[in-house]
Ligand binder design. Structure first.
Ligand SMILES: [Zn+2]
Length: 344
């Protein structure tokens, strides 16, 4: 098997090369097995384009928006390795994005600010902008160019791991504004990949997946695949069904061993922002995502404010006291079955 990748990345893997913080001159390109053109659009941004098919889906796979969420970064590096070795044939347009290499190199969630709050066309970078803001601006441009070329379905998976444990170990967040056959198909597919819960949200958001859904018209998901661990400490077995699902998607094959599974559906019913330095969460630090509370429970207090659970069955998601003032510190979700029952 020809070692195609060496002409793009030398002796390094895509990840190792990306973490060297290279400035990419022009657009280095090559053709690999199965007549697939590969272009390095920017540091950490790799485009695969099969030359001989017209009705191609466009799939964006992004990782490392948060630099310490290592499992998805390792998964993508392995997938790219296997594409270059010829083990995974690429049958659709594919853009692979390592989003925040500087934070990954420093082994931290973010260098200056949370990149997943910056995907908004309102926040144009200037001379005082953070590294994350500058990088985010480039990611938005590359993502738009990628999806503008789409001839068929546009799909984006932004892969993360969460700070806390979760009642549902692997879950997805869907920012897509309307239910459509494409989103329903994706829900089914994600169930087969082992995703146990899907949270729909129509809240205005500046996450990467919300940006591609809103601006690029993609069917987009943030996938939370487990808990944050350092490089080398992830258990690959926990991600086996996600890896085989992504492989099947890229290579346009069907894994017939995968069975449909029931995916719990949730909706966002509220968000709590940190308004002052007095903000405190009222449950223990080891309370996991999707923990259920009862009507009357107090979940957060702030200066002159408290959040009180207004209906049985409300659950918490992404609690974080340590966000900047004004940012979201807690999401409240409710199962769609409960919401329907309360309306009837
Ligand atoms: Zn994350």
């Amino acid at each position: 098997m020809a070692d195609f990748k060496s002409s793009l990345f030398g002796d390094h893997s895509f990840l190792e090369f990306t973490l060297q913080d290279n400035t990419i001159e022009g657009c280095p390109a090559m053709t690999i097995d199965n007549n697939v053109r590969v272009e390095l659009w920017d540091n950490g941004i790799l485009y695969f384009h099969p030359q001989d098919d017209l009705a191609l889906n466009s799939i964006l796979l992004s990782v490392g928006v948060h630099g310490n969420e290592t499992a998805p970064i390792e998964i993508i590096d392995q997938l790219v390795r296997e594409i270059f070795s010829g083990k995974i044939p690429v049958k659709h347009n594919l853009l692979v994005v390592i989003a925040n290499p500087k934070a990954i190199a420093k082994n931290c969630r973010q260098c200056d600010e949370n990149m997943n709050r910056l995907f908004s066309q309102d926040s144009m970078p200037n001379s005082n902008s953070s590294d994350e803001c500058l990088r985010c601006h480039r990611l938005m441009i590359h993502s738009q160019i990628f999806f503008q070329r789409a001839k068929a379905q546009k799909i984006h998976y932004d892969l993360h791991t969460a700070i806390r444990g979760s009642v549902y170990k692997q879950f997805a967040i869907s920012p897509n504004s309307i239910a459509s056959p494409a989103t329903e198909y994706q829900y089914e597919l994600l169930g087969q990949w082992g995703i146990q819960a899907i949270l729909s949200t129509q809240q205005k958001s500046s996450t990467y997946s919300a940006f591609t859904a809103r601006v690029c018209g993609a069917t987009s998901f943030t996938l939370e695949l487990g808990q944050v661990k350092p490089f080398g400490e992830n258990n690959v077995d926990e991600f086996a069904s996600i890896i085989s699902g992504l492989t099947a998607l890229i290579s346009d094959t069907r894994d017939l061993t995968m069975l449909p599974s029931i995916v719990e559906r949730f909706s966002v019913v509220g968000e709590v922002a940190k308004q002052t330095e007095s903000f405190r969460l009222c449950f223990s630090e080891d309370t996991v995502n999707f923990t259920e509370f009862q009507k009357g429970d107090i979940l957060a207090i702030d200066h002159n404010y408290q959040y009180v659970v207004s209906a049985n069955g409300e659950r918490i998601l992404f609690p974080n006291e340590n966000v900047a003032i004004g940012q979201r510190a807690l999401v409240i979700v409710q199962s769609e079955d409960n919401i329907k029952a309360s309306i009837l």
